[in-house]
Unconditional design. Structure first.
Length: 257
């Protein structure tokens, strides 16, 4: 895989993003986003932007400038800033953007460098890159096993169940009215992001997504910034199948985190 493409990065020591809270966050250029992501890409026919959170107005402007190289720092400088964070520091990699590597590819060497820079800190991120290509599964699994949490963002609920059962921290987008707690048809517990339900103020006060061995899938209720919304028809059909949504007590979540 030829990975000579330059992908720009940005580092904020104290984010003003209300979703993350006041902690260090990074941004990676759009070239890092996989072509397979069902949320990001613009409709080639209508020209409409996808329902990705990063296409929102303010974060979208910032993301464009990082992508174009108008703001940001080189990879080596980014690693230095992460390595200099205090031990135990909570931080989020990529409020928008994906892991280094163009498109569907994860650059294994750069990911290893990021894992080393994070040593002793509580960094976490998400990836929408396909794990069946370029040995991406092994790269993500190794990062999680070495202290840097990478949540796999699934395109479908069956895909989320598969990744969860293979031992990876997993997240999925669900409809806006999805209940706070549910069980998938495959029997996997799923809980809506605590910051969306009022159980936590933001990422910094929650950190559920930083826990790589949690016993549940984290669900994000759709918060698309524009008119284009994800198509949940397959999700709803799957959840309403023979093993459909079931109510259960809070006690079943006691050991989830």
């Amino acid at each position: 895989m030829n990975n000579k493409q330059i992908i720009f990065n940005h580092f904020s020591k104290k984010s003003a993003n209300k979703k993350t809270g006041p902690m260090p966050v990074t941004t990676t250029g759009k070239d890092s986003c996989p072509t397979s992501c069902v949320l990001y890409h613009t409709n080639p026919v209508t020209g409409e932007k996808g329902p990705c959170y990063g296409n929102g107005f303010h974060v979208g402007m910032h993301w464009n400038k990082v992508t174009n190289g108008e703001r940001g720092i080189e990879w080596a400088a980014l690693l230095e800033r992460i390595a200099a964070l205090p031990l135990g520091q909570k931080w989020r990699h990529n409020q928008v953007g994906d892991l280094q590597g163009p498109g569907d590819y994860i650059d294994g060497k750069m990911l290893q460098e990021l894992v080393r820079a994070n040593k002793g800190k509580r960094g976490f991120t998400y990836t929408h890159k396909p794990l069946h290509m370029f040995k991406n599964f092994a790269k993500v699994k190794a990062a999680n096993e070495n202290g840097f949490t990478i949540n796999v963002s699934a395109n479908t609920l069956p895909e989320a169940e598969l990744y969860y059962k293979r031992g990876l921290p997993t997240v999925a987008v669900v409809p806006e009215d999805h209940p706070e707690k549910s069980i998938t048809p495959a029997g996997v517990k799923m809980v809506v992001c605590p910051a969306q339900t009022g159980k936590a103020k933001d990422c910094k006060s929650c950190m559920l997504c930083q826990q790589p061995k949690r016993k549940l899938i984290v669900a994000f209720r759709d918060h698309s910034p524009g008119k284009v919304k994800p198509d949940f028809s397959n999700f709803n059909a799957y959840m309403n199948a023979e093993k459909s949504l079931k109510d259960f007590s809070i006690g079943q979540f006691a050991d989830a985190a």
